[in-house]
Design a protein around this ligand. Sequence first.
Ligand code: 5RP
Length: 221
Amino acid sequence: MTAEDKKRAAAQAAVDYVEPDSIIGVGTGSTVNHFIDLLAARMGDRITAAVSSSEASSERLLAHGIRVVDLNEVRKLDLYVDGADESNTRLQLIKGGGGALTREKIVAAASRKFVCIADDSKLVETLGAFPLPVEVIPMARELVTDALSELGGEPRLREGFTTDNGNQILDVHGLEIDDALALETAINQLTGAVCVGLFAHRPADVLILGGDAGVRTYTAD
Ligand code: 5RP
């Protein structure tokens, strides 16, 4: 089974969580792209609308005829489906490989259930081998870089990349994240940092991993 097959299998399983005639939150990335395509194929016009976490996902949703609405119109969502770059068994995540972390965190915060979908290579014992993305206001880039270095990481600017919010991304290498809650809190305090792609305070509620033997589903303990 290829990684794409595994992602598609996880995405397919996530479609079962979608209630007809509901408004759902939709994340960003290659796994979510499978989810959007499968959702459209299975549910047709029985999805009322979606709140999207990126311009790229909005475009794909709209191409399938799924209406995209502003989060402010709906305030709360029952379900959010998104991918991840890493997950531990507590369903704490690193996200933001696609640069959409801020909107993803907002939609996750507004959602009662967060279903994370990925291929099984994303499950790790300790978070941090995947460089941790931090979205920064451009004028604060070096200020935040120095602060992240003091926290023990090696921040590197994601060259040539601008987020949907007009900001930049620092990818922090060299972290072994033993206490994800504490690190998320510490980075949240840094002036000029908009958002860190660590989802520990709001982890996933369900993790669906596609693998050679099919899908495995984990729930937060
Ligand atoms: C985008 C994300 C994605 O969910 C994450 O990068 C996983 O992407 P993919 O499904 O392509 O592996 O956080 O900001």
